[in-house]
Design a protein around this ligand. Sequence first.
Ligand SMILES: Nc1ncnc2c1ncn2[C@@H]1O[C@H](COP(=O)(O)OP(=O)(O)O)[C@@H](O)[C@H]1O
Ligand SMILES: [Mg+2]
Length: 167
Amino acid sequence: MTMEAIGGHEGMVVYRTPEGIRKVAITDEAWRDLLREPQWLAAMGGDHAPRYLGHDNSERWTLQEDLGHALSIDSNPVMALGAATFFDQCVDLLTALRRAGIYHGDLTPPNLAWTEHRGLCALDWQESTLMGSSLPGKRDTTDAWQLLDTYMGLMGGCGAFKLAGER
Ligand SMILES: Nc1ncnc2c1ncn2[C@@H]1O[C@H](COP(=O)(O)OP(=O)(O)O)[C@@H](O)[C@H]1O
Ligand SMILES: [Mg+2]
């Protein structure tokens, strides 16, 4: 099976495999952190989030649906969709989170993906919490704030590149 390492952090490696995205914990602490994610993915049920596909306790990995490339300046839907449509999709994602009663907690570009059928989706639910509970540095408006920041940042960046290209 081909396993391409595409990310991760200390103690945890993220692989793209033909079956989906496999996150492998190397340390006990990373495995505890990894097991925080499935409950949120299950609660979202594939709505603006990857579907959860299972885990292996002895090999310490989780498997989830692959939603393609995360957003970046080179890979984002803003220019293709136009600003107004993309903004609608940001609101759709925030609405889905509010309905589920979940703070995502880390809505930055590497933790966002877009597909034509599923729209704007959030990845990396390891910092998520139930609405009403509090984490240091997080507040009710953190998800909306981060997403708006992402949106403005991508729009600003893409707009500037486009303008520079047209000159
Ligand atoms: N379900 C997924 N579909 C596609 N890419 C993913 C998925 N989950 C993670 N990734 C990719 O792997 C990277 C790292 O995974 P992430 O869950 O964000 O871990 P970390 O805690 O290291 O930020 C993400 O930035 C994204 O590029
Ligand atoms: Mg991440």
